[in-house]
Design a protein around this ligand. Sequence first.
Ligand code: NCD
Ligand code: ZN
Length: 347
Amino acid sequence: MMQEITLRRPDDWHLHLRDGAMLKGVLPETTRHFARAIVMPNLVPPVVTAKDASAYRDRILAALPAGAVFEPLMTLYLTEGTDPADVAAAAAGGLVKAVKLYPAGATTNSHSGVRNLDAVMPVLEKMAGIGLPLLTHGEVTTPEVDIFDREAVFIDTVLDPLRRRLPELRVVMEHITTAEGAAYAAEGGPNLAATITTHHLIINRNHILVGGIKPHYYCLPVAKREHHRQALRKAATSGAPCYFLGTDSAPHVDALKEHACGCAGCFTATNTMPLLAHVFEEEGALDRLEGFASLHGPAFYGLPPNEARIRLVKHEAPQVFPAKILTEAGPVTVFDPGFPVHWHVES
Ligand code: NCD
Ligand code: ZN
């Protein structure tokens, strides 16, 4: 049994860093292990323009812990008012690496999102022309569609028609949660990829609902049935380059998670790499962890993989992770996988 593994330093291709006190509190949890992250733009107000992204990037850099080597990769929040020329200029200057599509009402801070895709076609056409990826929160929000079916319906009624209309558009299906999502990504050719979170490899919907409601396991897209979790594990550990890590680590203070209308999001920045080592070892695929966490993402985004390395060691004793991160905004509960984890990032 392999007890140690060295990887190129991983990147997180889907991360929520927030702003202000929360940003300051959670940023070290990511920079400890990750070299870069695609930073989600769903702030209040959202990061819509190149100017917004530049200012947010400056705030992230100013909040970096001393000595941290970390590059935030910025994204824009697509609205029906987004200017194609502003997007193109932000991409040409290297500031912005992708644009995020939130269907209006789909998730945290998505009310400024897109209601009608026709309204954003000029932006999407520009992006297709310059090769700038569209990152999709792949859920429909129509009230008739059951929340557990939102992803599959999005693929059939929104994503597939869009990709037929604009085949050159590069798309990342963010945080896929279903067998249908994994299968669609696999068949999409070089312009399509999918991120997979750590927590969707570990929990299914029973973890949220059986034996009392567990607000810290509630995220969007919501975890599905066990067979979907199994399909995601198979996809992530397959070695296929269309799948890569996007933790979707999404901090909310405990007071808002443990609430009558609890916020969606699992906070996994702290322990993602040990948890992934555990999962990949269970699947007999430790040798594929580097592809998933450190190689496939840069390849899709046209960036070089990181030169630095991290070393993960499996210890006899279960490793202890903090149960909470204490930020100046309030405590944030770290994702609890519900089983002992023996892996630890040593350096
Ligand atoms: C995210 C957040 O809190 O910003 N929440 C989540 O459950 N994943 C938004 C998102 O990515 O859907
Ligand atoms: Zn997210």
